[in-house]
Design a binder for this molecule. Structure first.
Ligand code: DP6
Length: 328
C-alpha cells in the first residue's frame, strides 16, 4: 500500500497538558484527560512516491512551506524510519472546523496522519503504538487516536516508550454535550507549543501548576468514571483557570482571551445559577468549550450564541477514535 486516507477528531482537554519535559519527543510533565469531539474532524491523505526529494504538503487546499510543512515532514521522517523507507510523500490535510484558533487542529491532524501514513507505508501498528507515534507530531494528538474519554499517561521513560494515551471510557459510557463558542476566526498569535515553553521558563506559577495537577487528574478521572458532571466540570474549570493563570503570570504575559471569551465564561457561570449543568474550558486560544448535559445542549448553545462577540457555536458530543477511510 502506498496511499491511504484517515480521519480523526479534535479533542478537548479537561485536565490540560501544559509543559514538556522533552521538546523533541513531546513528553509532558503531567498526564492529561480529554474528550474526543464528534464532528470536529480532520482528514489526512498520504501518498508515498517512488521519487526521493521533498514532500509536498497541502493544508486546507493550499500548498504550504515553512514551519507547518516542516512539522509534517519531520513527522513523516519518523514514519519512514519505522518503515525503513526513504521516499518522498504527498500529503493533503483538511479540517471541517476553524484551524489553529484553539480548537486543537494539531491533535486531529497528527492523529489522522499517524493512521494514514503508517498504512500508506505498509506498517500496521497497535493503538498504543499509534498513540505514541501521533504524540511525536503533537502531544495532544496522542489522545485523538482514541474515542470517548481518554487519558494520556505522562510516563517516566526518557525515550517516551511509556507516554501514550489510553481510553478511560467509550463515548456511550457518558453521552455529554459539548458546545464550542467561536469568538475569533483568526489564527492564534502564540501557539500552544511556544506558549507552554514560555510558561515553563518565564512563569513563577509553573511549579505550583505541576504540584497541584495530579489531584485534578484524579478528580476528573473519577468524575468521568462515575458520570458526575458537577465534579468533572468543576475540576475541569479549575484546571483550565490554573493553566491560564500560569500563562498570565509569565513575563512577558500570555493572554489568550478576548472580551467575548470572558463574556462566555460569565454566561456559563450565570447559566449554572439558573440551574443548568454547564462548565467551561479554554485551550491556548480565545474559543470557549462548554461541557454540559446532552439534553440541555441546544438551550445552552442558544444562550452562548446570543453572547455579544460570539461568531458561531459548534455542537459536539463524545466521538470515535481515529480510523482509516481509504487504503485498508
Ligand atoms: C492547551 O498538543 O498543541 O490544548 O505538543 O507542542 O503540539 P504540541 O502542543 P499541543 O498542546 C495542547 C495544549 C492545550 C491543552 C491540551 O490539549 O491538553
Amino acid at each position: 500500500m502506498t496511499e491511504a486516507a484517515a480521519i480523526a477528531n479534535a479533542n478537548v482537554a479537561l485536565a490540560k497538558y501544559w509543559g514538556k519535559r522533552d521538546e523533541a519527543l513531546n513528553l509532558p510533565y503531567t498526564g492529561s484527560i480529554s474528550i474526543n469531539l464528534a464532528g470536529l474532524t480532520t482528514t489526512a491523505r498520504v501518498r508515498f512516491t517512488d521519487k526521493r526529494g521533498e514532500d509536498r504538503v497541502i493544508m486546507s487546499g493550499r500548498q504550504v512551506d515553512g514551519l507547518e510543512a516542516t512539522r509534517v515532514r519531520k513527522f513523516l521522517d519518523v514514519v519512514r524510519q519505522l518503515a525503513g523507507r526513504n521516499c518522498g510523500a504527498e500529503v493533503e490535510v483538511a479540517s471541517n472546523f476553524p484551524v489553529a484558533a484553539g480548537l486543537a487542529s494539531s491533535a486531529s491532524t497528527f492523529a489522522a496522519l499517524a493512521v494514514a501514513a503508517t498504512h500508506a507505508a505498509g506498517i500496521i501498528l497497535s493503538e498504543q503504538e499509534l498513540s505514541r507515534l501521533a504524540r511525536r507530531g503533537s502531544g495532544s494528538a496522542a489522545r485523538s487516536i482514541h474515542g470517548g474519554y481518554v487519558e494520556w499517561l505522562r510516563g517516566e521513560a526518557a525515550d517516551g516508550s511509556d507516554s501514550y494515551a489510553v481510553q478511560l471510557a467509550p463515548p456511550e459510557h457518558w453521552p455529554l454535550g459539548i458546545v464550542a463558542a467561536i469568538t475569533d476566526r483568526g489564527r492564534k498569535r502564540v501557539g500552544s507549543r511556544e506558549g507552554m515553553a514560555h510558561s515553563l521558563t518565564h512563569s513563577p506559577f509553573f511549579p505550583p501548576w505541576l504540584e497541584t495537577h495530579q489531584a485534578d487528574l484524579e478528580t476528573i478521572r473519577q468524575g468521568i468514571l462515575g458520570r458526575d458532571l458537577r465534579a468533572t466540570g468543576s475540576a475541569a474549570e479549575h484546571n483550565c483557570l490554573k493553566m491560564h493563570a500560569v500563562a498570565l503570570a509569565a513575563s512577558p504575559p500570555l493572554l489568550y482571551w478576548n472580551a467575548a471569551t470572558l463574556a462566555v465564561m460569565h454566561r456559563v457561570i450565570q447559566l449554572r445559577e439558573e440551574g443548568m449543568d454547564a462548565y467551561f474550558t479554554i485551550d491556548a486560544g480565545p474559543q470557549v468549550k462548554v461541557i454540559c448535559s446532552l439534553p440541555q445542549r441546544e438551550a445552552i448553545a442558544a444562550a452562548i450564541q446570543a453572547v455579544p462577540g460570539v461568531h458561531d457555536v459548534l455542537l459536539s458530543e463524545p466521538g470515535a477514535g481515529a480510523r482509516l477511510v481509504e487504503g485498508a
